[in-house]
Design a protein around this ligand. Structure first.
Ligand SMILES: [Zn+2]
Ligand SMILES: [Zn+2]
Length: 372
């Protein structure tokens, strides 16, 4: 059997390269050859040891990486189309949900596929099926009933790479927040998610998009990708000054929609104060346990701020996002978000470079990715 390469996460700050068997492809399944694996903010949380990967089966070394794209390596005997009914063959470029709703639980029954409690079953111990499996490995196995979509021809690989996490996550968040034509939208954090969010909000009809960050290159990219205004936290050093700036840019009201994609809970109180009365606050970044913060709930109540959590997305968002990226590929340089590429063997270096916390302007990377 031809083995697949995998970078196994052994402990914080430590990967080991190994070879594992690729998953055998059963009826309904698809094995994907991974072509790019993005280092998402959540991967950095695992790497720093701030959060333990959710595993099915027994604990042990695990393969991380969920933001990925690839090509069809092997189709199950009865699979001939993608989830839109388009013909699918080996070698086709595909993106897919990296999580797998079971469709046999209370949440799935209600159509809440992104709330399915067992949607993480892809992340098993490396000794168990599907073995060589993850964004930081040669292969990824799509279980029967997977959601998979062919990548439009005009979209380059670098644009497809961030579709199934960063881009789709924020498109979904903006959709459920109900962004409407003319809305003002604040994005807290201009990393991989934030820059995609700026462009997506603009395309959804937002009147004014305001991005907040503390790294010059990210703020510059945010401006190129749809942000009308940026707030540099080195210039506006206090939460009060940032709230005041957002109010000044929104005729004193605050924004219709504020989205948190920083990944640290300290930004919530100011974000809620930046939201207009009756506006929506979309929470995406604080995925790790003990993301504690003190909130003045009276401000939420009297401001009637709708706090909207968004984890994962409805699978229909994937083709919507692919179409958005294909339509706007010459308008926004979103491919620049995937700023640095490393071969899989140099994954440790890729993580060190991707680490932005505490680096200030030296954190020039918006998104690093590995190429198995
Ligand atoms: Zn992610
Ligand atoms: Zn389910």
């Amino acid at each position: 059997m031809v083995m697949g390469k995998a970078a196994v996460f052994v402990e914080p700050y430590h990967f080991e390269m190994t070879e594992l068997p690729p998953a055998p492809v059963g009826p309904g399944g698809i094995r994907v050859k991974v072509t790019s694996g993005g280092i998402c903010g959540s991967d950095l949380h695992f790497w720093r040891g701030e959060i333990e990967p959710i595993l099915t089966g027994k604990q042990g070394p695990v393969i991380l990486g969920h933001e990925m794209a690839g090509v069809v390596d092997t189709l199950g005997p009865d699979v001939s189309t993608d989830s839109m009914g388009r013909p699918l063959k080996e070698g086709d470029r595909v993106v897919f949900t990296y999580f797998f709703p079971c469709r046999r639980c209370y949440n799935c029954l209600r159509g809440e596929l992104n709330h399915c409690p067992v949607r993480f079953r892809f992340r098993a111990s490396i000794e168990e099926f599907p073995y060589c499996n993850g964004g930081f490995a040669d292969y990824y196995y799509l279980f029967p009933g997977h959601f998979v979509f062919k990548v439009p021809e005009e979209l380059p690989d670098s644009a497809a790479a961030a579709v199934n996490c960063a881009a789709s996550q924020v498109v979904y968040g903006l959709q459920i927040a109900g962004v409407r034509m003319g809305d003002s939208v604040v994005i807290q954090g201009a990393g991989g998610l934030g820059i995609n969010a700026a462009a997506a909000a603009k395309e959804m009809g937002a009147g004014r998009v305001i991005a907040i960050d503390g790294v010059s290159s990210r703020l510059e990219l945010a401006r190129q990708c749809g942000a009308d205004e940026t707030i540099d936290i080195r210039e506006y050093e206090t939460p009060e000054s940032r709230v005041e700036r957002v109010k000044a840019l929104t005729e004193g009201r605050g924004a219709d929609v504020v989205m948190e994609v920083v990944g640290y809970p300290q930004v919530l109180p100011e974000g809620i104060e930046m939201t207009r009365r009756g506006g929506a606050y979309v929470e995406i970044g604080n995925i790790w346990p003990d993301s504690n913060v003190t909130l003045d709930v009276s401000k939420v109540l009297w401001g009637q701020v709708r706090i909207i959590p968004a984890t994962h997305y409805d699978p229909y968002i994937l083709p919507v996002t692919l179409d958005f990226l294909a339509r706007t590929k010459d308008k926004y340089p979103l491919t620049k978000v995937m700023s640095h590429s490393f071969p899989l063997e140099r994954i440790g270096e890729a993580f060190e470079q991707a680490e932005w916390a505490g680096k200030g302007d030296e954190a020039s990377i918006t998104r690093a990715f590995v190429t198995p």
